[in-house]
Ligand binder design. Structure first.
Ligand code: ZN
Length: 656
């Protein structure tokens, strides 16, 4: 795995993305081991080292090797040459891998492509989900991008150590937990991550691998595109019940806004003159802001036109390199609009605007200023004017209409909405916050049911960010959240309230009285949900209900609700006594209750699961729970457990 600059450690090469070449690879490995690389195998033949060979023209690399202690010999595996490609996407692997296999026949070329998932034997049987995702996603990619998958095979390799997926061309790598799922034991959130990762790396096979950024300053576009098309577009179509649109708000848009609201943020397009700085480009701004800004652009031109432009871009630069502007140019051609101007400030300037909506009778005065989480923007930091799609949604006699022509390009403008019930940023597709007057916010709370879930979640996250930064009062934000809660049944909404409470709790963490008050609000909001949904999954639960139950139990547990703690502890004791029926969705909360509220006996049992379970999701949950310990002596034990070499560096962050 070479991204970004490790190819130069393995072979002599011009290790920069713009310098593409075909690569013909031969690997020498022990008999009985499998060699993998980007391309398909031409042949595998026995190979003899030539000990004592002199350096010279006939010298063959590897001549100095000798037979293994068990007398095992060597094989040489030769692969077909690759198309022209960048060095960072080269990959090779050797090991005693097993594989599961399926195949896909391209509608564009009629060719059948074998799809395999390689892993160590105990993991390979758990690969159906990931392989099936690849098989179903490939035709979607080919149709949407208008370009056939160009290589003769596609492998996924589940290795132990890497924590993230990687888009090596024709040989996608990821962690065992990243690619493997247990039929019934993988919680929904983890399955979503798994599916999203596979779709993300698959999107890169086109955007990144066929057409590659000219230099690392455009890494953001590579990643933003893979998030938008993988985690959002492909995943929404592969798993329609999962609400990946809602997931996008929570996983990408809101973290992107939070990161870019800091004074220390940077533009998505940042010069990267030194290769040593590349790793710093793999950050929240590249992935989350990049993806959110690209999604806003997709909304401006429309989904079909967006992919038409992408297809033009891919065909124009096939097997070559490109810069972000090349994509804007392609999109301008197909949409007939100047996308270079639209995108300029979003990608080349730091930060994003808060759109302030003041009312004078029926007329709105709409103004933009840079938003800072600290709420103290100075005039010299407030000079950027963004091209803002206002997307005003009005509700008239129960039906919604969106004005897509409403745009703010200067400092301020006036606008008259079609109805007195309106909001900006329809479906929360824009990368900005909106600040309404307190009266309007209260009114939006009353009419919340007229707006979509994405609208309500956007309003809630805006209120959270604005209250936290001091643009509006915390009580206005909480009042709005409570008004919404009266009629709300959606997971995404409760997740927003949960985030709002976390934000307030984080701010006041040193004040016991406020912390206790927040726990009271948590119980008031989430305990009724627990009572309504219960602890047991039902066969007809939608993914939304499943996610809401998991969240409500966990939030009530965080608040230390006595009944919920007792129930979870009872379930843990039953689990220890051999009743293995704890639903996978509930397991983290059950383990957490055991570690946080149980005694030494319960703690030991969770530590035992972590040490000896062979199921990755179970170990993950036990490890996370061990971080929730409250007893000081056991805290030291938890620290020791997770700092031991058994705990892979990539897993350390899940202990919290
Ligand atoms: Zn990526």
């Amino acid at each position: 795995m070479f991204e970004p600059t490790d190819a130069r450690l393995a072979l002599p090469c011009w290790d920069e993305p713009a310098l593409k070449a075909p690569f013909a690879i031969t690997m020498i490995a022990r008999e009985g081991e499998t060699c993998l690389s980007n391309m398909d195998v031409v042949c595998t033949q026995p190979w003899e080292p030539k000990p004592g060979a002199e350096l010279g023209e006939s010298y063959e690399i590897g001549s100095g090797l000798c037979a293994g202690a068990d007398g095992a010999g060597w094989n040489a595996t030769t692969f077909n040459p690759t198309p022209p490609m960048s060095t960072y996407l080269l990959a090779f692997a050797v090991g005693k891998f097993h594989y599961a296999e399926t195949e896909y026949t391209s509608k564009l070329t009629g060719k059948t492509i074998p799809l395999r998932l390689y892993a160590l034997p105990q993991a390979v049987e758990r690969s159906t989900f990931a392989l099936d995702a690849v098989k179903r996603a490939l035709p979607l990619c080919e149709t949407r991008f208008g370009v056939a998958y160009p290589l003769p095979k596609l492998d996924l390799l589940a290795c132990n150590e890497t924590s993230n997926g990687s888009e090596n061309w024709g040989m996608i790598t990821g962690s065992v937990t990243g690619f493997m799922s247990e039929a019934d034991a993988t919680p929904l959130q983890q399955l979503k991550r798994l599916g999203g990762t596979v779709a993300h790396e698959l999107a890169h096979q086109w955007f990144g691998d066929i057409v590659t950024m000219a230099w690392w300053d455009d890494l953001w576009l590579n990643e933003a595109f893979a998030v938008l098309t993988g985690q959002l577009y492909l995943a929404s179509r592969l798993w329609p019940a999962w609400d990946m649109e809602g997931d996008f708000l929570k996983t990408w848009l809101q973290p992107g806004l939070a990161a870019d609201a800091l004074r220390t943020s940077h533009p998505v397009e940042t010069p990267c003159p030194d290769a040593a700085d590349i790793m710093q480009r793999f950050d929240e701004i590249s992935y989350s802001k990049g993806a959110a800004v690209l999604r806003m652009l997709m909304d401006i031109v429309g989904e079909d036109t967006f992919f038409e432009g992408v297809s033009v871009y891919l065909k124009r630069h096939m097997y070559g390199n490109a810069v972000a502007k090349d994509l804007w140019v392609a999109l301008s051609e197909v949409s007939g609009r100047d996308m270079v101007t639209v995108m300029a400030a979003w990608t080349t300037k730091t930060g994003f605007p808060v759109i302030i909506v003041d009312e004078d009778g029926a007329t709105l005065k709409i103004t933009q200023h840079r938003f800072l989480a600290s709420g103290d923007v100075r005039p010299d930091e407030d000079e950027t004017l963004w091209w803002v799609p206002l997307a005003v949604k009005s509700i008239q006699s129960g039906s919604a209409s969106v004005d897509h022509d409403a745009v703010l390009t200067g400092r301020s403008t006036t606008y008259t909405p079609a109805s007195d019930v309106f909001k900006l940023n329809a479906e929360t597709r824009g990368f900005y916050h909106v600040k309404y007057t307190p009266e309007r916010l209260a009114k939006l709370g009353q009419h919340a049911a007229s707006f979509s879930v994405a609208d309500r979640v956007g309003l809630l996250s805006d209120a959270t960010a604005l209250a936290r930064a001091g643009y509006i009062s915390a009580s206005d934000a909480l009042g709005f959240a409570c008004a919404l809660a009266r009629s709300e049944t959606q997971y995404l909404h409760y997740n927003g309230v949960h985030a709002l409470l976390l934000a307030v709790a984080d701010t006041w963490w040193e004040d016991d009285e406020v912390s206790a008050a927040i726990d009271c609000v948590r119980v008031a909001v989430f305990r009724p949900v627990v009572d309504r949904l219960g602890y047991e999954p039902r066969a007809d639960d939608s993914p939304d209900v499943t996610a809401l139950r998991t969240l409500a139990v966990s939030a009530a547990l965080t608040a230390g609700d006595g009944d919920v703690v007792r129930e979870l502890l009872a379930r843990f004791r039953a689990y220890m006594a051999g009743d293995s029926s704890v639903p996978s969705e509930l397991r983290l909360s059950v383990f957490t209750a055991a570690v946080a509220y149980g005694g030494k006996h319960e703690y030991d049992a969770v530590a035992e699961v972590y040490a000896h379970s062979t199921l990755p999701p179970l170990r993950n949950q036990a490890r996370t729970a061990l971080g929730r310990v409250r007893d000081a002596a056991r805290l030291a034990r938890s620290l020791e457990l997770v700092m031991s070499p058994d705990c892979k560096a990539g897993n350390l962050v899940s202990v919290r």
